[in-house]
Design a protein around this ligand. Structure first.
Ligand SMILES: CO[C@H]1[C@H](O)[C@@H](O)[C@H](O)O[C@@H]1C(=O)O
Length: 696
């Protein structure tokens, strides 16, 4: 694969360069577009390009539907109405589509209520051609996305750097805009549209107020117009202090009329430039960011002020609940404590954006108790696609399994079956908006995401935002077939590596419910011993593992911080009781003696060491599998992944050695049989200096 091809995005899944090996009895013969006013030009071009590439022929465009046609039309066409029930068409809403084999015409119809929906239908159809065998009977598909807002959050700064970004600099070229328009914007839009993503927040939640200057808004306008044809709305992160910093007001007190007016005027200016602007994302009173609490006001006061300004234009506010205070006993409890009393107070165009776990994007966390608990306010999940705590773009970690575990976690908010997906996608609580956000892993690296397999995490996020109940193994297979290879016998081996990769990472980094053992600022390698003078205690690993001569783990049970109280029954009791707490969360909820008997009869100490070893062994296995892929994979992709897996294995061993050697200073017990002798010395590991620059 040439460098240019990578930059062009030809190594992304939507390039449609290879066909699935299944025999397609329904090979399209012609394309018919019923389109009076040119609304479907983009969709039909995508389809034509895709089909031509897939079948390596030139598909003819015709004006009449005949045997073997693929027929694109909006639903308001009189012919379409003959074949599909009007109720069904109405139910499609804005983004839903139908792909249906029409017997009478011996052709395939792709239709939706607007151009964006038809485009989604086109991409879905192309995906099917590449990933499964389709026939007349299977082509009877209605797809309606579960979440209304399916959005990426870029933590991209105006100077081109990316907070927690591991794929090079930002793709947004603020210096060149508005005059020069990078070709990547359009490719980004296509890739996102192909998986149903319909929104993007361009800038970091640690927001530079300058994004709201007229100068920057004009740049934003250009990006918005590049993304618009693909159905992607632009949103911005805003700094709560903007009225003071930019507007010269005395402060940003949300109760003051002049502050409200400043926001109203700013919003008006934005909509004049970008009529379909989506709204604001806000990180307030969190990690030093300004917010309404600076003025004795609440999160609701702040969010509602912005919501009122956006409401006349249909805009929304995504207000983050990532708040924690170093004075608290347990960081995991704080969002709930701050936000639950405010339920019922938020406007209906506000969503509270909550990270999947109660702490911070760890390799594994139990669900945040916020899900299901806030009933009157729409809560939207925030997932992290960039691998801040999962080995950056050096480790192969397929996050589909993490996302699925979270989305299918039962909150019990309305009895059994109240999964996170159902309490947030509108199935259980019905609010006018719903949404799900993913913190992007995209940068200007040739391969877009730093690691070829990291693209799969962007892909699976989009597919789950469309349908949170979809099967992530199937999604992994889709991605492999569209991106790497169509050879059946190797597809399943690669999918297996992907499916095991997250558990492997949990095991070599933080097994059995441990969390936040990473270096306190870079969040990359292991530093469970880390003590930093002057640093917030809740940024240090020792705050989380609490290892001592008796045992290890954070006691969040009813005898400890009582974080368990924030969960619905029966979860609360299950987590609270050391005998029923799932072992994968054991040290999250309990301080457990070293000699505690685990389910398999091992002591906690032995099991902990064995888990670290299991993680390392799994990476060894994936290295072996990958080494056999050489003949099936593009040379450059093969080599680059191989190099990364070698790093991952080295670092999995680093993680294992660092953690078991350090925890041994408390347990004072030997390593059990089956655990490889550490190749490192603890004192040397403690002196290792991590070079962040090397990883960007
Ligand atoms: C954007 O800031 C990030 C910060 O870099 C990160 O270490 C932490 O995970 O979370 C913050 C947040 O989510 O606001």
């Amino acid at each position: 694969m040439s460098l240019q091809a990578q930059i062009d995005g030809s190594n992304l899944w939507f390039a449609q360069s290879q066909l699935h090996s299944h025999n397609h009895s329904l090979q399209p013969k012609s394309l018919v577009v019923t389109d009076m006013d040119g609304k479907l030009t983009l969709a039909s071009n995508e389809l034509l390009n895709g089909l031509n590439q897939l079948f390596q022929t030139s598909i003819k465009q015709k004006s009449r539907v005949s045997k073997g046609s693929v027929w694109l039309s909006l639903t308001n066409n009189s012919e379409v109405i003959q074949f599909i029930d009007p109720q069904e068409l109405k139910a499609l809403g804005e983004d839903g589509f139908i792909i249906k084999y029409i017997d009478e015409k011996k052709s395939v119809l792709i239709t939706g209520n607007n151009q964006k929906a038809v485009l989604y239908g086109v991409f879905h159809y192309l995906r099917l051609l590449q990933t499964v065998a389709i026939d007349k009977d299977s082509l009877n598909i209605t797809e309606i996305p579960k979440y209304k807002v399916r959005i990426l959050n870029h933590w991209d700064n105006l100077d081109g750097s990316v907070e927690r970004g591991y794929a090079g600099r930002s793709i947004w070229k603020w210096d060149e805009l508005p005059t020069k328009v990078s070709p990547r914007y359009k490719k980004y839009a296509r890739a996102n549209a192909s998986i149903g993503i319909n929104g993007t927040v361009l800038n970091n939640v640690n927001a530079n107020p300058h994004i709201l200057t007229t100068e920057y808004l004009k740049k934003v306008m250009v990006i918005a117009s590049e993304l618009r044809p693909y159905g992607i709305q632009v949103y911005l992160s805003v700094n709560f202090a903007s009225p003071a910093v930019l507007g010269g007001l005395d402060d940003a007190n949300p109760k003051k009329e002049e502050v409200k007016d400043w926001w109203k005027n700013k919003v008006k200016e934005i909509y004049e430039l970008i009529p379909d602007f989506g709204g604001f994302l806000v990180k307030a009173n969190s990690e030093g960011q300004p917010g309404p609490m600076d003025y004795g006001c609440t999160h609701a006061d702040g969010a509602n002020m912005l919501a009122d300004a956006l409401k006349p234009y249909g805009g929304i506010v995504m207000w983050r609940a990532f708040v924690y205070n170093p004075k608290g006993w347990d960081r995991a409890k704080q969002a709930y404590e701050e936000f639950l009393p405010l339920d019922e107070q938020f406007r209906d165009n506000v969503m509270i954006q909550v990270k999947n776990g109660p702490v911070d994007f760890q390799p594994r966390e139990p669900l945040s108790p916020m899900f299901g608990a806030m009933k009157e306010t729409q809560v939207m999940p925030e997932l992290q696609i960039t691998q801040e705590y999962l080995g950056f773009s050096d480790h192969l970690v397929y996050l589909g399994t993490l996302y699925q575990e979270f989305l299918q976690s039962d909150t019990y908010a309305k009895g059994k079956g109240s999964t996170v997906a159902k309490v947030t996608d509108g199935s259980i609580y019905n609010h006018p908006v719903s949404g799900i956000a993913g913190v992007a892993n995209i940068g200007e690296d040739n391969n877009w995401c730093g690691h070829h397999f990291a693209q799969a995490n962007w892909y699976v996020f989009g597919r789950l935002a469309w349908n949170p109940d979809a099967d992530v193994k199937t999604i992994a297979e889709e991605w492999v077939r569209q991106t790497l290879t169509q050879k059946d016998k190797v597809v399943s081996s690669i999918v297996e590596v992907m499916m095991n990769s997250r558990e492997a990472t949990v095991n070599y980094m933080t097994p059995l419910g441990l969390h936040h053992l990473m270096g306190w600022d870079h969040h990359y390698g292991p530093e469970p011993w880390c003590v930093v003078e002057g640093a917030r205690p809740d940024w240090l690993p020792t705050y989380y593992h609490k290892a001592d001569s008796i045992g290890i783990g954070f006691d969040r049970s009813s005898t400890g911080s009582n974080a368990v109280k924030q969960y619905f029954e029966p979860l609360r009791s299950e987590f609270d009781n050391i005998a029923t707490c799932p072992e994968e969360y054991l040290l999250w909820f309990h301080h457990v003696p070293w000699n505690h008997k685990m389910e398999n009869g091992q002591t906690l100490w032995n099991q902990l060491c064995l888990k670290y070893q299991e993680g390392v062994d799994e990476v060894k296995k994936s290295q072996e599998v990958w080494s056999k892929m050489k003949t099936y994979i593009d040379e450059q992709q093969f080599k680059e992944v191989q190099e990364k897996i070698a790093i991952q294995l080295k670092e999995a061993i680093w993680w294992k050695d660092a953690c078991i050697l350090y925890f041994q200073t408390f347990s004072k017990q030997p390593f059990p049989e089956g655990v490889e002798e550490p190749v490192h010395k603890l004192e040397e590991l403690k002196k290792l200096k991590f070079d962040l620059k090397h990883h960007n």
